[in-house]
Design a protein around this ligand. Structure first.
Ligand code: NFS
Length: 667
């Protein structure tokens, strides 16, 4: 149990308070379980093989790599590479199965099988149709949407050829993929082939295995993730900056607190819609509440925060703590990153846990399966249950009131728009700011928060140091959650903490130095941003070689591994925190760093020391600047560059163009 004698395991101040309360009340959390459950030292470093039942084989001991094999003769490098591949396959499957559901929802909306949603962003639909070479001019919107959905659905089961979105990448990036044979075919095909090749007695060459890992991961990034992002934008709107709140103080004492948790935006959108209806609010009032307050957790939170400014209670390690506030009347979950521990914990409070996906049930949860054609019907049932449960609230709970404000909602489309408006939008100002040394480089900060480290603490350390060093941050997933709950996603953060160059850029455009791009599937937005920067010119003409690095300092999910590998395959050096899950094999480590760097100019490193992560990231950025012959970065000294549009100019421009700007969603 957490108590005063033990170091507190979360770096969030509100989280710490709740953990203290939990300790006093003898309640267990993932932090306590992480203390009790030490990782298996063999599995932790990838030296355990359990792909057949002659084992599990443990490839340990001095010179294990050279001398020890499994019963079949598999070497440590084979075993470690296979372990890596299965993580990539699982992560890819998770993102992409979510993405498939999004494509099916788009198809249902287009054919009229679902009338609960409409195509919200026709502009984005047309943009996507254009990329897919689907005729859209003069055609009914739903016909275009149907073609788009069906074209995307083909990408899952495609047997030959390549994924549609490969062609979105810069030509040179595509050429590299072709040269080394990692252009992905169908998403499902890559996942299945990876599972096949890692079965006992199939593919044993670590480099050959890892090459398939790269191809599978690319199917995730440029397939599963990117398709999901684009369809969510088409159906629910492309995000633009929006104000919201974060942390445990988002829950209200006098309203029904309905929390959406998991990863899919679909049912959450319906809950938001139905929850704001007068009928539902009146029902809440009939139960003694003043209204309905909807909040989110993990990536479902990110989806609805980006589009509606729905407040977030934060990321992965906050889910149990949220229940411990005693204020959540209903917590509906869909898929991924849902701790099964929450159902047992909820029994000690009045909170109802509701599972909603046909793919995911948890013992002791209430199962209210989402009606795929009538999501609003399910939403109404869930909200009714939440309202009915409001009178059961007791005074038990930590009742934290602290919260912070944030600005989120930075889509790649908005980032382009903010650099010149609807008609003159481009990536030129950002590229110029990087070339001039005002912005030293860009870091994509992503991935989970983790109870094995001071949760959210490494994210916070890194973003503070990076922005001090004039590095612009784009963030997603629980990395964004960590920054949001810490109050870091505000323009003021730049004034107080950013280096002089980055501060100027942020002040000129009126943006925070950390841009919240959305959920983990929205890491695809970073691929699009990098592509736009390459196409704009002045830096690298492919994604590889950009002064850009990916960091997932507290990762724990297989999905994070898939993301890290698709960035490496796309040409970005990536640094993960913690011990390497394949660290037992020097050969696999060498391939993922040196060999991948040589071929793709991307790499996947694992580094437990946060200070070293920082140094590696800055070294990569400075090395890329040097190779591109950009001005040497010196704090406070810049070369000439064009002037970024300031807020006044953009407002003016917006007034002419009629495009959503910073204030459109502010409440
Ligand atoms: Ni990403 Fe989002 Fe969070 Fe990790 Fe889980 S919620 S998909 S996997 S824990 S960042």
């Amino acid at each position: 149990m957490s108590n005063d004698n033990k170091p507190v395991r979360s770096a969030g101040t509100s989280a710490e308070e709740i953990l203290k309360w939990a300790g006093e009340n003898e309640l267990e959390t993932c932090f306590d379980r992480a203390d009790k459950m030490k990782p298996c030292p063999i599995g932790e470093v990838g030296a355990c093989c359990k792909v057949c039942h002659m084992g599990p084989c443990r490839l340990v001991g001095k010179n294990a790599e050279e001398e020890i094999t499994g019963v079949c003769g598999a070497s440590l490098s084979t075993v470690a590479a296979r372990n890596m591949l299965r993580m990539i396959a699982a992560g890819t499957a998770a993102h992409s199965d979510h993405s498939r559901d999004m494509a099916n929802t788009l198809l249902s909306v287009a054919t009229g099988a679902t009338t609960d949603f409409q195509i919200k962003d026709i502009r984005k639909l047309y943009k996507v149709a254009g990329i897919l070479e689907i005729e859209f001019e003069g055609r009914p919107v739903n016909d275009v949407a149907k073609d788009v959905a069906e074209t995307f659905l083909q990408d899952f089961g495609r047997q030959n050829g390549e994924l549609n979105y490969c062609k979105r990448a810069p030509q040179k990036t595509q050429d590299r993929w072709k040269k080394y044979g990692i252009t992905p075919r169908g998403i499902d095909r890559e996942v299945v082939e990876t599972m096949h090749r890692t079965a006992v007695g199939v593919d044993h060459d670590p480099d050959h295995l890892l090459t398939q890992g790269l191809r599978t991961a690319l199917a995730d990034g440029w397939g599963g993730c990117m398709i999901s992002t684009d369809i969510s934008d088409i159906l629910f709107g492309t995000p633009s900056p929006v104000k919201a709140e974060a942390s445990f103080g988002i829950f209200k004492e006098d309203e029904v607190n309905m929390v959406v948790h998991g990863h899919e935006p679909t049912l959450a959108e319906a809950i938001i819609d139905v929850g704001s209806s007068q009928e539902m609010i009146d029902y809440a009032k009939s139960k003694g509440a003043k209204g309905i307050n909807i909040g989110g957790m993990c990536c479902t939170a990110n989806e609805v925060l980006m589009r509606h400014g729905i407040p977030t209670a934060g990321g992965f390690t906050n889910q149990e703590l949220g229940i411990m506030t005693g204020l959540i009347d209903a917590l509906s979950v869909d898929v991924q990153c849902i701790m099964p521990a929450i159902t047992q914990l909820s029994k000690k409070f009045h909170t109802k846990i509701i599972t909603t996906s046909p793919k995911a049930m948890i013992q002791d949860a209430v199962h209210m399966e989402q009606d795929e054609h009538n999501p609003k019907k399910t939403a109404k049932e869930i909200l009714t249950l939440a309202c009915d449960n409001f009178p059961n609230r007791t005074s038990k709970g930590s009742h934290i009131t602290k919260k912070s404000t944030l600005i989120g909602g930075f889509s790649d489309e908005y980032i382009e728009y903010m650099q010149g408006g609807k008609w003159r939008g481009s990536y030129r100002p950002l590229n110029d700011a990087i070339a001039a040394g005002r912005v030293r480089g860009v870091v994509g900060l992503a991935g989970c928060d983790n109870p094995r480290v001071p949760a959210t603490g490494i994210h916070k350390f890194l973003v503070k140091e990076l922005i001090k060093n004039d590095v612009l941050i784009v963030s997603t997933g629980c990395g964004s959650g960590a920054c949001a709950t810490a109050g870091f996603l505000t323009p003021e953060m730049a004034l107080e903490n950013a280096g002089p160059g980055l501060r100027e850029v942020c002040e000129a455009i009126g943006i925070p130095p950390i841009l919240h791009l959305g959920a983990c599937v929205d890491n695809s937005r970073i691929l699009t941003i990098a592509t736009n920067m390459a196409k704009e010119g002045g830096l690298s003409d492919e994604i590889a070689g950009m002064p850009a690095v990916g960091i997932a300092p507290e990762w724990m999910s297989e999905k994070a591994i898939a993301i890290g590998v698709y960035f490496a395959a796309s040409g970005v050096p990536v640094i993960f925190g913690g011990e390497s899950p394949v660290g037992a094999s020097k050969e696999v480590t060498r391939i993922m760093t040196e060999v991948w760097m040589e071929r793709y100019m991307g790499a996947l490193h694992f580094e437990p020391d946060p200070q070293k992560i920082l140094e590696m990231a800055l070294n990569y950025i400075d090395g890329a600047r040097k190779a591109l012959k950009l001005r040497k970065y010196e704090p406070g000294k810049f070369g000439a560059e064009r002037v970024l549009m300031d807020m006044a100019a953009r407002r003016e421009n917006k007034a002419h163009a009629g495009v959503g700007g910073l204030n459109d969603h502010e409440s």
